[in-house]
Structure formats: C-alpha cells, structure tokens
Design a protein around this ligand. Sequence first.
Ligand code: GLU
Length: 429
Amino acid sequence: MVTTSRPVWENQSPAHICPFDQACSYLEWAAKELKLDSGLLEILSHPRKVVTVSIPVKMDNGEVRVLAGHRVQHSDILGPYKGGIRYHPAVTLREVSALAMLMTWKCALLGIPYGGAKGGIPIDPKKYSVGELERISRRYISELIKDIGPSVDIPAPDMGTSAREMAWMMDTYSVNVGHAVPGVVTGKPLSIGGSLGREMATGRGVMIVVREALADQGKSLADVKIAIQGFGNVGGAAAELLHQAGAKIIAVSGGAGGIYAENGLDIPAVKAYAAQNHRSVVGYPQATAISNADLLTLPCDVLIPAALENQITEENVDHIQARIVAEAANGPVTLEANRVLEARGVTVLPDILANAGGVVVSYLEWVQGLSYLFWDEEKVNREMENLMVNAYRKVIQQAQKRQVNLRLAAYTLGVGRVAQALNDRGLYP
Ligand code: GLU
C-alpha cells in the first residue's frame, strides 16, 4: 500500500496561543479605541485571499517530497500586497495569516503605499542543500505566478530567506512572463536592482527607534546595556549598528543558545565567530553560555527580542528587568505580558513600528526600480531614517493624545488609515 504524508493544511499551530487569534485581538482592541464601524472591523479581520500550494521537490538523493507553501494576502486597500516569505519549521497557515495582517498595519503606519501579505514554507532551511532550496523557491513562486507581480503582490525576505532566494524568485517570475521584472520582489541582490542598505535595514530601524525612545528619556545609546534575542538578519544587524553607536551589547543568541558578557560583547568578533560556526554564537570564547529564555530576564536597560513570536508571556514577564523592550521580531510580547509591562512603566516599542525598517527600504528599492534611478547608501539611509523617525513621533503623539500605550497608539494609526481608505473607497458591489 502507498502511504502519503498528511495534507499540508492540517499543519496548524498548537491551540494554546493561536497567532491569528492574537492578531485579531490587537485589531479588535484598536477598533474599539477608534469606535470603528462593525462592518469595517469584520472586513479587516479577514484576509482577502489565502493560497496554499503543494511544492513537489526532488531531493538530492532522488526522493520526491511535497511541501506546503502559503501566501496570505490580507489587504490591498492602500496599494499592492507586500510582505516577506518565511522558511521556518514553525510556519503555519495561521501564523502566516497573522503576519500578513501585521504587514497591513505596518505599511499603513509608516505611510507607505502598500497593503499587507506574508508567505511561508514550513521547513528548516539549514536541513536542505542549496540546490534543494533553489528548486523549492522556484516551484513555490511558479505556483503563485498568477497571484504576485510588481503591482499586485511583492514578496521580500523574512526569517530563513535572503537576497539569494529573492534572486531565484525574480528569475522564475521573469522567465515565466518572458521579460525581466525586477519589481516583483524586493530585498534582491544589487546586481538585479536591489537597494543599498536593504540588508541592514530592519536592524537599522530597530536602532533608530531605540535611540529615539532613549532620547525621550534623556539618555543616549552610549549609556545603556542591551540584550538581543536572535543574531540573524535582524538581531545581528541591530547588534552591529547599536554597538557602533556606543551601546554595550551584553548578550545575543541564536536558535542553539546564546552568550553573555556583563561588560559588553565585541560584536564584530562575535559576528566573525558565528560566520565560522554555522551561524551560531554558541561556544564564543570571551563570554558565558546562556539560554534563550535566560537572556530575556538579564539585568539590562533595553531588551530586543529579534527571533520568534510569543517570547515574553505571562509566565516570564515578572522577571523582565529591561526598561525598554523593542519588538524587533513580530509579536514577541503577548497582549497580557504587554499589559503587565505597561503597568510597570516599561516602554514597549511595538513590532509594527520597531521592525518596519525592512519594509521601508523595500519600498525605497521598489521606488528606485520604478524610476530607473538608484541612490547611494547615504540617501537610502537618510530617507528611511526620515520615515522611521516620523512614524515614531506620530506614535508618541497619538499615545499622548489618546492616553494609550505605544502599541495601541501604533495600531490605531495603522488600522485607522486602512479603515479610512476602505470607507472612502466603499464596498463593491
Ligand atoms: N519581512 C519583513 C517584514 O516582515 C520585510 C517585508 C518586506 O520588505 O516586504 O517586515
């Protein structure tokens, strides 16, 4: 008898914290504050389109496997769908749907003319060869060919993907339509229309909002100790830029565990070590080993969770010692934990603001591509800095005006803009 693996859509997240329910609670919270019409809320709590494709892939040993590939398009009210593609074993349709919704609010908050989407394949990319990853990426995009495009839906890197995957995806799309279409993805290599500054962009955005929040408290980056959970695309870049700006980075971690040095880590040396050590910081000699969970509760001024969601929960929130938590990851602080932190006067810089640097420079990449005019890195960084600082200021003003915390302020701005546009456009038919 031939047995097959389970259908891909049965792969759902465990019931305890459903990321989509959590995203909907944030939306409802913002809708209540905005006194949003219930019909608008109903529309915004549903993704416009949910696609799951099967990706048959021939492995290097000749075996054929079928993977699931998701793309959830939450809203295109303000412009083309926009959002990354994640390769991670914990990817589920619910998680991708939640992240697609967050992208809608994030783009609206930043004032960039995009909607929100997200894609994902539940794999651990470290367990696949480069050839296998290329075949997976190409087949995934070819299955989605009718659903994406430079004015329809524009993917980008996310956890587990990078410029390399974007190049394969751009090439697959272009070959299928018969001409080069650089604008179909962002986060591409420079050689095919990528932007300077894109790789460090999410980390740079984190650095900017932390710097602004500290300045509002009369402090500077040189005065503080920072712990960062994660040392990948986002955590690694944030660590490097914050270190350059004079902050003491006392701990960083990756999937396999982390390292701690009370007087600060030499981040360039840690980076060089990780590059030689399968991207892991574990075993770095001038530091003490620490678990991902213990990193969160270290004595520090600023905590930056830059890995997965639901890291700071009711279970560990009482042990968090930082005075500023910057959500470099998506949804690393649960709603309940956020309430506890807020009651203790901790500043939580919400994800849709703190990690928006990536999509901001994706937007700048798209604009450069559409205008056939490419900028130097200084101009890219300057434009992104303006957009980030403006958004940060608007969130602070909204928090003061409505007497709410920063998360609700950011959400009311993002959700409010989309709701206004939806209202103005009206419902068809
Ligand atoms: N994956 C990043 C995010 O979640 C970037 C998305 C993009 O550049 O479109 O914001």
